[in-house]
Design a protein around this ligand. Structure first.
Ligand code: ADP
Ligand code: MG
Length: 391
């Protein structure tokens, strides 16, 4: 169980509350927000603070350090969603910012500019953390997407303020923890994506917990090659063949039903409009690569999803970004959406796929944190959460 205090366990009324949100939203080339999911997901905590007469100071990063992307589009979208003006305070160190915050009234909301405008954020610089903390009396972390990073605005500030979680972090932890550590069985996991190397931790952790583990995506071919199959030009991590063999052995030792694809969609180029055909997964001709699961595999996966009490999915089973190779991922998403099982999606690209197919609302939980959900599933401690007050 997760035993961290939330905003409900602390008196926020009349207090200045610094809230670390995850407003790292995708922007198009015109700077327009292409998905406001993360902003929408932050509203519950912000509204609670407004309703309880707090003075609300929001902060977040957006994009990488050095890119200096402004949170201005987020301030605008937030103002629309909350129906109040949310000013963007452009310079964290300016007298003006200090002034605005000193004079903040109850129920007012302001947004500090991108915390990654300075390198001090990711370095978890104590002076920067102290500066952020100086604005407030309470810290609320609701940025699940960066909870796996010890940065000044996620972990550093907790050294200077009483710190609790917001509702989004609470929801994420509950859903992921229940799904993995207290699941309705059988617990079926689908792990795909591009690399075995980025999923070794999660594969090993899941093997201790699941009843069935199904593999898809590019990592399939590392497993198939390790078993002596012909994978043509498919992506493969030749230095991870031993690990693939170990994973298969561990599955056997743990009595986990381990399912690899049996067929796949292949093409000689990874581009839209290319001619495709179906082959067995271990009989791919030279010059071709496996880019999606095939119809027999889709059937196999469907059967397991239909039997499941819980399905945890991390990693697309094909190159879903290109229509020719999106079918497998779309089908998995549809089977999950239509099943009675508890359905949990972790992983940034998997969540993007589910969103692309418009099936988000049909899932029990779609995590807002790609890396954080992966690390949670790996059983790692998330520093942004560890640092919060215990219940
Ligand atoms: P997540 O973010 O959900 O954890 P990953 O980042 O591990 O997922 O992997 C997602 C990427 O894997 C997608 O961009 C997808 O195009 C790619 N991918 C999936 N299957 C294949 C494949 N067979 N060959 C090449 N790339 C693949
Ligand atoms: Mg990814």
């Amino acid at each position: 169980m997760i035993n961290k205090k939330t905003v409900k366990d602390i008196d926020v009324s009349h207090k200045k509350v610094l809230v670390r949100c995850d407003f790292n939203v995708p922007l198009d080339k015109n700077g327009e927000i292409t998905s406001d999911k993360r902003i929408v997901e932050s509203l519950k905590t912000i509204k609670y603070l407004i309703d309880n007469n707090a003075k609300v100071i929001l902060c977040s990063h957006i994009g990488k350090t050095g890119k200096n992307i402004s949170l201005a589009p987020v301030a605008k979208r937030l103002s629309e969603l909350l129906n109040v003006n949310v000013p963007l305070l452009k310079d964290i160190y300016s007298d003006e910012t200090k002034n605005v915050i000193d004079n903040l009234k109850e129920k007012e909301v302001v947004l500090l500019e991108n915390t990654r405008m300075t390198e001090m954020e990711e370095k978890n610089d104590p002076e920067f953390a102290k500066k952020l903390a100086s604005f407030a009396e309470i810290f609320v972390n609701d940025a699940f997407g960066t909870a796996h990073r010890a940065h000044a605005s996620t972990e550093g500030v907790t050294h200077y303020l009483p710190s609790v979680s917001g509702f989004l972090i609470e929801k994420e932890l509950e859903a992921l923890d229940n799904g993995i550590n207290n699941p309705k069985r059988p617990l079926v996991a689908i792990v795909g994506g591009s690399k075995v190397s980025s999923k070794i931790g999660v594969l090993n952790a899941l093997l201790d917990k699941v009843d069935t583990l199904m593999i898809g995506g590019a990592m399939t071919y590392t497993f198939i090659k390790a078993q002596g199959g012909k994978i043509g030009n498919s992506l493969c991590e030749d230095d991870k063949l031993d690990i693939a063999t170990e994973v298969v052995k561990k599955a056997k030792d743990k009595n986990v039903k381990f399912i690899l694809p049996v067929d796949n969609v292949v093409a000689d180029k990874l581009e839209s409009g290319v001619k495709t055909h179906i082959t067995k997964v271990d009989e791919i001709e030279d010059g071709y690569m496996g880019l999606d699961i095939g119809p027999e595999t889709i059937k196999l996966f469907e059967e397991e999803i239909n039997k499941a009490g819980t399905v945890v999915w991390n990693g697309p089973v094909g190159v879903f970004e290109i229509d020719e190779f999106a079918n497998g991922t779309r089908k998995i998403a549809e089977f999950m959406a239509n099943s009675n099982a508890v359905t949990i999606i972790g992983g940034g690209d998997s969540a993007a796929a589910v969103e692309k197919f418009g099936l988000e609302d049909k899932m029990s939980h779609v995590s807002t944190g790609g890396g954080a959900s992966l690390e949670f599933m790996e059983g790692k401690k998330l520093p942004g959460i560890e640092a919060l007050l215990d219940k």
